[in-house]
Design a protein around this ligand. Structure first.
Ligand code: ADP
Length: 485
């Protein structure tokens, strides 16, 4: 029975410690084991990694067990005939007075265990690396479920919040308007391991993020890993570059318009002066014709002087060389005089003039620089007459807490909203073609704006194309005394 048993067995005689192996043992561990005469010999030559004393102690322990009682097994390496090492588990027991050792080959099982151990170690390593990455990664990072519910957040992201937002919907936590982005990648089912990027504006307090969304498995369920790359500065930089480019293009356009317009604005009056001077040489002219030519020369000269004055004014404004001389200025009188002066100059009977200042119960007198304010208002009134062929021109004033708001309203051609800010730029004109019907170098409003700002005021326009315009000037209400004289 001992020899035929299917389990590898060794029989050790208790008197002389001689050892006998059964067939199964020889088959598993090699037949040359038969050469070992005693258990000591076997332990020394075959059992690796095992202290002889240790095994002998084990044998001694067997003695103290009751017959047929199997002792706690011992692990050892057994060297086969061909040198291969097998891992074995030895169970010792007493059979009558002798020892019976059952030697099980557990090499395969041990290998699997080792593999598992290694895999566990590797997993621990990977986990540790992941944790270090999560801690040190300089980006906000979170994990959400496919419906956008926040399952995990790293410190970089959770630092944005006073209280935990775990369990909240991500767009409600992160987006300033608390709504899901139109092209939010969570709307697509992101396959495992794949990454979809999306740029989100106005998140976490006006910032812009490029967020990568990667399909992952988290705690055994499908989830999405989101990494927030803050590109706010980059975006602002891009925007400022685009603005700078747009401004450069605009000023390039303005430069060409300016050159074209200036040569037109200089040549026209010069041609007038030269042409009519030549005509004056003609002897056969009557008095009326002479006076007409002289007045044409006079008009052209004034136009030229005005242009030169405007150029000087704008360069003084832009170099900050304007000196302010404040005095008591009666706004009612100033505006009424200007309206009268321009109505005489343009002499149009198709335009009704309305002075709402006459309706005011009180005079408005401000402490300001009269010359600068007169020039600023003149440019606006001049435009009102220039761009209004018929209808009405109205002037008025609204007294507002600490401000006085003056307005000049016309029913002229009007200005499209897209030009409202630009018309206050140097040389800007809504219509720039040479065939434009209006005189001007595009400096009037920029001079007005410069002067009004020097007087601590504001200037703006309300207008619609074809529906007339209202130019507003708001001045600080520093009241002066009316000069009766
Ligand atoms: P300009 O010498 O051409 O009048 P401004 O600086 O005074 O220069 O005005 C700039 C441009 O703004 C004008 O060329 C015109 O296109 C527009 N503009 C100004 N005032 C009016 C107005 N009252 N009605 C319509 N367009 C106006």
């Amino acid at each position: 029975m001992f020899y035929q048993a299917s389990v590898p067995l060794c029989f050790v005689n208790r008197n002389d410690y001689s050892i006998t192996f059964n067939n199964a043992y020889k088959k598993v561990f090699g037949s040359s084991n038969e050469n070992y005469l005693s258990i000591h010999d076997w332990v020394e030559k075959v059992c690796y990694n095992h202290q002889i004393n240790d095994l002998e102690k084990y044998l001694h322990d067997i003695l103290t067990t009751k017959p047929n009682c199997i002792l706690r097994p011992k692990e050892c390496y057994i060297k086969k005939d061909d040198g291969e090492i097998r891992y074995a588990l030895v169970y010792g027991s007493l059979v009558y007075n002798d020892y019976l050792l059952t030697v099980l080959d557990i090499t395969e099982q041990k290998l699997i265990e080792n593999d598992l151990f290694n895999t566990k170690e590797q997993l621990q390593e990977v986990n540790q690396i992941s944790l270090s990455i999560l801690k040190t990664i300089p980006y906000g990072m979170n994990i959400v479920d496919p419906n956008g519910i926040i399952l995990y957040q790293n410190n970089n992201l959770s630092n944005y919040f006073k209280e935990s937002v775990l369990g909240n919907i991500c767009w409600e936590a992160y987006r300033d308007d608390k709504t899901q982005c139109k092209d939010c990648p969570l709307k697509l089912k992101i396959p495992l391991g794949e990454t979809v990027y999306c740029i989100t504006d106005k998140a976490l307090g006006g910032k812009t993020f490029n967020i990568s969304h990667t399909g992952i498995i988290y705690k055994g369920k499908e989830a999405v890993l989101e990494i927030f790359h803050d590109i706010t500065e980059q975006r602002n930089y891009e925007k400022s570059l685009q603005n700078a480019l747009r401004k450069a293009e605009e000023s390039d356009k303005l430069k060409s318009a300016f050159l074209q317009n200036m040569s037109h604005e200089i040549r026209t009056p010069l041609n007038g002066i030269i042409g009519f001077s030549q005509l004056l040489k003609n002897d056969g002219l009557n008095q009326n014709e002479k006076e007409e030519f002289i007045s044409m020369i006079d008009r052209s000269s004034k136009r030229l002087i005005e242009l030169v004055n405007n150029m000087i004014e704008i360069s003084l404004i832009s170099t900050g060389q304007i000196e302010i001389k404040n005095k008591d200025v009666c706004i009612n009188e100033l505006l009424a005089e200007l309206l009268y002066k321009f109505s005489k100059h343009y002499n149009s009977d198709k335009i009704q003039l309305i002075n709402h200042l006459d309706d005011l119960s009180e005079w408005i007198c401000l402490k300001t620089d009269e010359l600068k304010l007169t020039l600023a208002l003149s440019n606006i009134l001049d435009n009102a007459f220039k761009f209004t062929k018929q209808g009405a021109i109205e002037i008025g004033c609204i007294d507002k807490d600490d401000k006085v708001n003056l307005y000049i309203k016309d029913s002229g051609i009007g200005i499209d909203k897209s030009h409202h800010e630009k018309i206050f730029d140097n040389f800007y004109q809504v219509e720039t073609s040479l065939s434009r019907n209006f005189e001007g170098a595009g400096l009037g409003l920029s001079i007005s704006k410069g002067l009004i700002e020097i007087l601590n005021g504001k200037i703006w326009v309300e207008s619609e194309l074809g529906k007339g315009s209202v130019f507003w000037i708001s001045l600080p209400k520093i009241l002066g005394v009316r000069n009766i004289s």
